[in-house]
Design a protein around this ligand. Structure first.
Ligand SMILES: Cc1ncc(COP(=O)(O)O)c(C=O)c1O
Length: 395
C-alpha cells in the first residue's frame, strides 16, 4: 500500500481504490540497486539496446519539420492505416483505420479500454501470475478481479479452460487475457482462444486481449491472436504496444484494435485522457512498422540465443527449475524451498549484484518464483548467470 494504515492526512483523503494500491515489489528490490555500477539489472521488462537508429531518425526528422502541434484524438491517419495493414498481413484480417486507435503506450491503452467497460463492481476474470499493472487497472476503476491460476509443469505453463469459464458469472463484464504472457512466457493456443470467444459471444462478455508480446515468439512469426478468430462485431478489444516489438519502451506508443463502431467512442475518450500521442512519435511509429520487419526478426533471434543460454544454465543450478518459455523475454524460475521471493531477491542483489524481480510481484501464489528478463547481451547474461550459480551453490 502507498501508506498502510494512513486514514488521515492527504493519503487517507484519496479515493479508496487509489490509497490502497500496492506499491511495486519489483521497484522495492530495484531501489536497493539502481545507480550501483556493479549491478546487472534484469528486473524490468525491456531490452538493454536503444531503439533502432532508423526509428529515432524518423522522429528527429518530424520534429525538425515542425511536427509539434496537437494531433487527432485517435491518432494520425497514416499510422492508423499502417497498423491496420500490418495486422491484416499478420492475421489475414480485413481491418481498416476505423478499427485502430493510437494510444500513449500499452499501459495507457489498457486504462482507456477498461475506462470504457468497467462500472463499479463489474467483475473482470483473468489469469495469474500476471504483470502487476493488469489487475491494478480494474481495481483503480472500482471493478472486481477474479484470478484463475495458470499451472506450471515441466514442459511449460497451462490454462485450464474449464476453470476460466467456470469463474465467469452474471457479474462478469470482461475476460482479460495476456498471451504471450508476462511473466510466464505462456502462449494461448488458437483453439483455446476460439473456445473463449464462442463462450463470450454466448454470454455477452467482453474479451480484452493484451497482445504486446505477440511478435516475441520463437517458433512462428507471431503468436495466435484473438483477431484471427473474431467476427467484426464480436465484443473483442486487443491492446498492443511498440515497446517490446520495436524496443521503444521509453517512447510511450501503443494501439487499440476495436470493432469499427466503437471508434468514435474511443476518439472521445482519448480527448479526456491524452488526446493522442505526440505527432513526431507517431511519425516514428509509421516508420517502425513499415520498415522494421528485418529488425524485428534480428531482435527475436537475439532473444532466442539469450533464452537458450538461460534455460541451459538454469537447468544445471541447484534448486532452480525453468520450463523453456514459448514466448516473451522472461525466465520465470521456480526456486525450491524459497518462501519469500522479495527477501530472496534482495539477498541475491546484495551478495551478487544481480537484479531479478521477485515472484510475489506477479500475484499471490508466486512467492517461490523469480523473474529474469533475458532481453540482454550474451556476455551480460553469462556474467549474471555465473554469479547466480555461485550464490545458489553456497545458499
Ligand atoms: C503484459 C504487458 N502488457 C502491457 C505492457 C505495457 O507496455 P507499455 O506501457 O510499455 O507499452 C507491459 C509492459 O511491461 C506488459 O508486460
Amino acid at each position: 500500500m502507498l501508506n498502510p494504515g494512513a486514514t488521515t492526512g492527504p493519503i487517507g483523503d484519496l479515493r479508496r481504490s487509489i490509497g490502497s494500491l500496492p506499491s511495486s515489489k519489483i521497484r522495492e528490490v530495484a531501489h536497493l540497486g539502481m545507480g550501483r555500477d556493479d549491478v546487472i539489472p534484469l528486473w524490468f521488462g525491456e531490452s538493454d539496446l536503444p531503439t533502432p537508429r532508423f526509428i529515432c531518425d524518423a522522429a528527429a526528422r518530424a520534429l525538425a519539420a515542425g511536427d509539434t502541434f496537437y494531433q487527432p484524438n485517435a491518432g494520425i491517419a497514416e499510422l492508423r492505416s499502417t497498423l491496420a495493414e500490418y495486422m491484416n498481413r499478420l492475421y489475414g484480417t480485413q481491418l481498416t483505420l476505423h478499427n485502430v486507435i493510437v494510444s500513449a503506450s500499452g499501459m495507457n491503452a489498457l486504462m482507456l479500454v477498461m475506462q470504457s467497460l468497467i462500472d463499479p463492481g463489474d467483475l473482470v476474470v483473468t489469469t495469474t501470475p500476471a504483470w502487476p499493472n493488469l489487475p491494478a487497472v480494474p481495481r483503480i476503476l472500482t471493478g472486481a478481479i477474479r484470478e484463475v491460476p495458470l499451472s506450471p509443469s515441466n514442459s511449460g505453463w497451462r490454462l485450464d479452460l474449464d476453470r476460466l469459464l467456470d469463474a465467469c458469472d452474471d457479474r462478469t463484464r470482461v475476460i482479460f487475457l495476456n498471451s504471450p504472457n508476462n511473466p510466464t512466457g505462456w502462449m494461448m493456443a488458437a483453439e483455446q482462444q476460439k473456445a473463449v470467444l464462442e463462450f463470450a459471444r454466448r454470454r455477452g462478455i467482453w474479451i480484452v486481449s493484451d497482445e504486446v508480446y505477440a511478435r516475441v515468439v520463437y517458433d512462428r512469426a507471431t503468436a495466435p491472436s484473438f483477431l484471427e478468430q473474431a467476427l467484426p462485431d464480436d465484443r473483442l478489444i486487443v491492446v498492443n504496444s511498440f515497446s517490446k516489438t520495436w524496443s521503444m519502451t521509453g517512447w510511450r506508443l501503443g494501439w487499440i484494435t476495436v470493432p469499427a463502431g466503437l471508434g468514435p467512442a474511443f476518439e472521445m475518450l482519448t480527448e479526456y485522457n491524452i488526446a493522442g500521442p505526440a505527432g513526431f512519435i507517431q511519425r516514428a511509429g509509421v516508420v517502425a512498422v513499415r520498415d522494421g520487419e528485418a529488425c524485428v526478426q534480428e531482435t527475436v533471434e537475439r532473444y532466442r540465443s539469450a533464452r537458450d543460454l538461460v534455460v541451459e544454465r538454469i537447468a544445471r543450478m541447484p534448486r532452480m527449475r525453468l520450463p523453456t518459455p514459448d514466448a516473451a523475454f522472461y525466465a520465470f524460475i521456480r526456486v525450491d524451498g524459497m518462501t519469500d521471493s522479495v527477501a530472496f531477491a534482495k539477498d541475491l542483489l546484495a551478495h551478487t549484484g544481480v537484479g531479478l524481480a521477485p515472484g510475489a510481484a506477479f500475484g499471490d501464489g508466486s512467492d517461490d518464483f523469480l523473474r529474469l528478463c533475458f532481453a540482454a547481451s550474451l556476455p551480460k547474461l553469462e556474467e549474471a548467470l555465473d554469479r547466480i550459480e555461485t550464490f545458489m551453490r553456497r545458499a
